[in-house]
Write a protein that binds this ligand. Structure first.
Ligand code: FAD
Length: 467
C-alpha cells in the first residue's frame, strides 16, 4: 500500500523558488515537505546560473592567457599559448554544482523540511502522488506551493538531440566545438556563445529580430555587439533558422535579405527562450486559472485555488532566480501569518555577457515621449578604477533616469565589465525611493566602478566632476 503523508506545506520543485520557500517555512516552524524529481537546486544551481557563470569565468581566464601569449603581453606579461581541456573545466564546474547541491540539502535538513525525491503528480489541488525509488508516497497538504520552474523551448524543425543542444548540454561538452552556431541572441545564448568564442570556437549567432538582446535598449547592447564583431563572432540578424542542412550537416538559414545559407556547425545551440513547466504533473486536475502559458497569481502569489500558491518561472516574467526566491520567502511568511505582498520597485536583471549589462527600474524605452524625466550618462572611460582594471575600453557607462520635479530615481542601467556587482546597489536605491541628492550626498569609495553611478547622478544634477 502507498505510504501516506500529511503536512502543513507541500512544495513541488526544489529550484531557487521552491527550496528557499522550504527553508523559510522551516525557519517559521511550518511542517514542510518538498518534492524534487531531479537534484536539489533546480535549473539555476544545476544547469543554469551557477554552472554558466563558472564556465564564463573559466573562458575569461583562458582568453586572458591566450591574449598575453598572442599579443606579446600588453600589461608587461607574456605567456605561452595556453591549452584547454574542456572535460577538466567541466569537471571543475561540476564540483561547484555538487558543493551547492549538497549545501541546499544541508540547509533543508537544518530547517527540518522533509525532502522527497521523485516526480509528483497531483490528483487534486491539495494531494499528489510522488513516485520515489521506494514506491509511491501520497502527500496531502493544507497549503501547496507550486515551483515547477521552466524548460528550454524546442524548435519543431530543430529538435534537441545529437548535435542540436540546449544550454544544459552546452554546459557539459567534453571538447570545444570548432564551429558553434547559436540560434537566439537572448542572454542565455550570448553568455554561452561568448564563453565558447573565448575558448576558441568559431561562433555564429542567428537571431530572428534585428538586434541582439532585444529586451534591452540599443545603447546598452551596442558595446556587446561591438565585442562580438571585434572577436569574429558572425551575426545573422533578422534571419530565420530553417532546420538542419542537407544530409543533417550544418544549419540551414534564411538571411535577412532572403538568401538561403547553410552554416557549418559542429554543435547547434538553440536558446530561443524558456517556457513554464506546466505539463505532466496534473496541473489540469488542480483547477487553477492560467495567464497565457503561466499559472495566474495575484500580488501574494495566490492562485485561483484557495491555499494553492505558485512562484518562480512557473508564474511569468522576469524568469530570474532572485525573483522566485523572493516570492518563495514571501509565500512562506504569508502562510505563517505575516502580512506581505509582492510589490518590488525593481527586480534588477543582469546579462553576464562581454561586457556585462545591468538594468534596474525604468529605461529610456519606458519613458519615451515623456518630458518629465532627466536622463544622465557617465562613461567608464572617465573612471580611474575602470582604466586600472582594463574595463574602460568597451564603451561602457552608467545611466540614471530620474523625475524632473522631485528628482526621484526611476531607473539605473549600466554596461561594462563587472557591472553585475553594481546591480544590488542600483536595486537598493530604487527600493528605498532615493532621490538624486541621496546618492550625490553619499561618499562613494575611490577607486571603484561605483563612482560612475555617483558621477552619473551628479551629471543629472548638472555638476559632474570628472567630465
Ligand atoms: P527551477 O529552477 O526550474 O526548478 C524547478 C524544479 O522543479 C526543477 O528542479 C524540476 O526538476 C522540479 N520539478 C518540476 N516538476 C516537478 C514534479 N512534478 N515533481 C517533482 N519535481 C518537479 N537566472 C538568474 O537570475 N540569473 C542568471 O544568471 C541566470 N542564468 C541562467 C543561465 C541558464 C543557462 C539558464 C537555463 C537559466 C538561467 N537563469 C538565470 C534562470 C534561472 O535558472 C531560473 O529563473 C530559476 O532557476 C527559476 O527557478 P524556479 O525555482 O522557478 O524553477
Amino acid at each position: 500500500m502507498a505510504e501516506k503523508l500529511s503536512t502543513k506545506v507541500l512544495i513541488v520543485g526544489a529550484g531557487t523558488g521552491g527550496y528557499v520557500a522550504a527553508i523559510r517555512c522551516g525557519q517559521l516552524g511550518l511542517d514542510t515537505v518538498i518534492v524534487e524529481a531531479d537534484r536539489l537546486g533546480g535549473t539555476c544551481l544545476i544547469r543554469g546560473c551557477i554552472p554558466s557563470k563558472a564556465m564564463i569565468h573559466a573562458a575569461s581566464k583562458y582568453e586572458t592567457v591566450a591574449k598575453a601569449a598572442s599579443a606579446g603581453g600588453t600589461l608587461g606579461i607574456t605567456a605561452q599559448a595556453p591549452k584547454l581541456d574542456l572535460a577538466q573545466t567541466v569537471a571543475w564546474k561540476d564540483g561547484i554544482v555538487d558543493k551547492l547541491n549538497g549545501g541546499v540539502g544541508g540547509l533543508l535538513k537544518r530547517a527540518k523540511a522533509k525532502v522527497l525525491t521523485g516526480w509528483a503528480t497531483f490528483t487534486d489541488a491539495k494531494t499528489c502522488v510522488v513516485k520515489t525509488a521506494d514506491g509511491d508516497v501520497t502527500v496531502s497538504a493544507e497549503h501547496v506551493i507550486l515551483a515547477t520552474g521552466s524548460e528550454p523551448v524546442e524548435l519543431p524543425f530543430l529538435k534537441f538531440g545529437g548535435d542540436v543542444i540546449s544550454s544544459t548540454e552546452a554546459l557539459s561538452l567534453d571538447k570545444v566545438p570548432a564551429n558553434l552556431v547559436v540560434v537566439g541572441a537572448g542572454y542565455i545564448g550570448l553568455e554561452l556563445g561568448i564563453a565558447f568564442a573565448k575558448m576558441g570556437a568559431k561562433v555564429t549567432v542567428v537571431e530572428a529580430q534585428e538586434r541582439i538582446l532585444p529586451l534591452y535598449d540599443k545603447a546598452l547592447t551596442d558595446p556587446v555587439r561591438k565585442w562580438l564583431e571585434k572577436h569574429g563572432v558572425v551575426l545573422h540578424l533578422g534571419a530565420k533558422a530553417k532546420g538542419l542542412g542537407e544530409g543533417g550537416k550544418g544549419l540551414a538559414i534564411e538571411t535577412k535579405d532572403g538568401q538561403a545559407l547553410t552554416l557549418p556547425a559542429d554543435k547547434i545551440l538553440v536558446t530561443v527562450g524558456r517556457r513554464p513547466r506546466t505539463k505532466g504533473w496534473g496541473l489540469e486536475a488542480m483547477g487553477v486559472d492560467m495567464n497565457g502559458p503561466f499559472v495566474k497569481i495575484d500580488d501574494q502569489c495566490k492562485t485561483s485555488m484557495r491555499n494553492v500558491w505558485a512562484i518562480g518561472d512557473l508564474v511569468g516574467e522576469p524568469m530570474l532566480a532572485h525573483k522566485g526566491s523572493a516570492q518563495g520567502e514571501m509565500v512562506a511568511e504569508i502562510i505563517a501569518g505575516k502580512r506581505r505582498s509582492f510589490d518590488p520597485v525593481a527586480i534588477a536583471a543582469v546579462c553576464f555577457t562581454e561586457p556585462e549589462i545591468v538594468s534596474a527600474g525604468l529605461g529610456p524605452n519606458d519613458v519615451e515621449g515623456r518630458d518629465d524625466v532627466i536622463t544622465a550618462v557617465f562613461p567608464f572611460s572617465a573612471i580611474g578604477r575602470a582604466l586600472a582594471i582594463e574595463a574602460a575600453e568597451d564603451g561602457g557607462f552608467v545611466r540614471v533616469l530620474a523625475r524632473k520635479d522631485d528628482h526621484r530615481i526611476l531607473g539605473v542601467q549600466a554596461v561594462g565589465q563587472h557591472v553585475s556587482e553594481l546591480s544590488n546597489a542600483f536595486a537598493g536605491w530604487l527600493e528605498m525611493g532615493a532621490v538624486l541628492e541621496d546618492v550625490a550626498g553619499t561618499i562613494h569609495v575611490h577607486p571603484t566602478l561605483g563612482e560612475a553611478f555617483h558621477e552619473a547622478v551628479l551629471r543629472a544634477l548638472g555638476h559632474a566632476i570628472h567630465i
